[in-house]
Design a protein around this ligand. Structure first.
Ligand SMILES: [Zn+2]
Length: 380
């Protein structure tokens, strides 16, 4: 995905020199490519390539100790879903850094050192791969050539005890949002490019932060929250699209940083390895990078969505709006909130209640998602 390239570029160029992460030793990037059967871990080392690689069981894992390295970070977002490696953790030890690859089942790794220059080498740790060197060389190309389905988390706003906005003639937003969400899921289900998932498929109440966690647990590539508006004036009409505001993003960064540093917290337990490190500086860089990449992707998604919505409904605002909505606060999942129209406007409300219009809205959202991934394909 675009986000991944963005993060990689930032890591490689502008961001690191400007952050406090550089106050100490350099941040060494590593890559991990994997599929169901095998995995390949590659890190480039300057100077000493001293390493100790061994396995431990309960849970099954490969441990890579690098005594001469003090800071590491994935060079791009690691995709957890599918694959022999279920999680990646890094930690500082008295003697350097420890990287732990949690495996589905215990496999013996092979290590290989590839000399890149007088003072530079590559450490390749391959799991279950017959040819570790080839695996490392072709890993990046392979991951680009194997598109997987994009996972779309569809969030029908409100539900249960929370009706959302209520129209003058007592119609509830929560039923409109469920209707559009259902139609969108139905459409994405039949599109081989996508794997949709709903935060709720019935009239139940789900707290906002739990909706964000559900998207994370489903390893969503996109998060779309569907709502309908209300305004004090009954004249306000049309659809709008929101993404997370800068203020919302910075407060979310602070919160994630605080919470992810508590190893027993609920976020860490959702296996955020791509944005997790127990080095606080590295952690803050990773979250920051992730937020910035996500913001760019969310902007693109929201822009495309406004264009498509504009052909099935009036737009309340033809610009992408920014707000600190709680459901948009995933640091690494491009997210948007779509206000499909106004419950407080008679005409809008009447249309929103009609299933034909809900289907039109779902079609516009489907096209938006398809356009987004056409322009920003996800890596394998
Ligand atoms: Zn709402």
């Amino acid at each position: 995905m675009d986000r991944r390239r963005f993060i990689t570029t930032l890591l490689a160029t502008c961001l690191l020199p400007s952050t406090r992460a550089l106050a100490g030793n350099p941040l060494i990037p590593f890559t991990l490519s994997k599929d169901e059967e095998s995995a390949s871990f590659v890190i480039e080392l300057e100077g000493s390539n001293e390493h100790n690689v061994f396995t431990l069981d309960h849970p099954p894992r490969v441990v890579i100790d690098l005594p001469q390295v003090t800071r590491v970070a994935p060079s791009s977002a690691l995709h957890q879903h599918a694959g022999i490696v279920e999680d990646v953790r890094t930690g500082q030890r008295a003697g350097g850094i420890r990287i732990v690859l949690d495996l589905k089942t215990l496999k013996q790794p092979k290590t290989h050192i590839r000399q890149l220059g007088a003072n530079r080498s590559q450490l390749i740790v391959s799991i279950n791969d017959p040819d570790p060197l080839m695996a490392a060389v072709t890993a990046e190309a392979q991951s680009r050539n194997q598109p997987r389905k994009a996972i779309i988390e569809i969030d029908a706003g409100h539900g249960g005890k929370d009706p959302g906005c209520v129209s003058a003639d007592d119609h509830y937003e929560k039923y409109v949002t469920m209707g559009v969400a259902d139609y969108l899921k139905g459409r994405l289900d039949t599109d081989p490019r996508f794997e949709p998932s709903l935060t709720r498929d019935s009239d139940i109440f789900i707290p906002l932060h739990q909706r964000v966690l559900m998207a994370r647990n489903h390893h969503a590539d996109l998060f779309i929250s569907i709502h309908a508006d209300a305004a004090p004036t009954t004249k306000a009409a049309g659809a709008s699209v929101y993404i997370l505001s800068e203020h919302g993003a910075s407060s979310a960064t602070a919160r994630w940083l605080a919470e992810s540093q508590n190893s027993s917290d609920r976020y860490a337990s959702t296996r955020d390895s791509e944005i997790y490190s127990d080095d606080p500086d590295v952690q803050s860089v990773l979250i920051d990078l992730s937020m910035r990449g996500t913001d760019v992707a969310s902007q693109k998604l929201a822009r495309t969505t406004l264009n498509h919505l504009g052909s099935v409904t009036a737009l309340h605002n033809d610009r992408v709006n920014k707000a600190a909505f709680a459901v948009l606060k995933s640091p690494d999942i491009p997210s948007m909130l779509v206000e499909t129209g106004f419950m407080s406007n008679r005409q809008d409300c009447r249309r929103l209640l009609r299933s034909a219009h809900q289907q039109e809205l779902a079609e516009a959202l489907h096209q938006s998602v398809a356009d987004f991934f056409e322009a920003n394909p996800i890596p394998g």
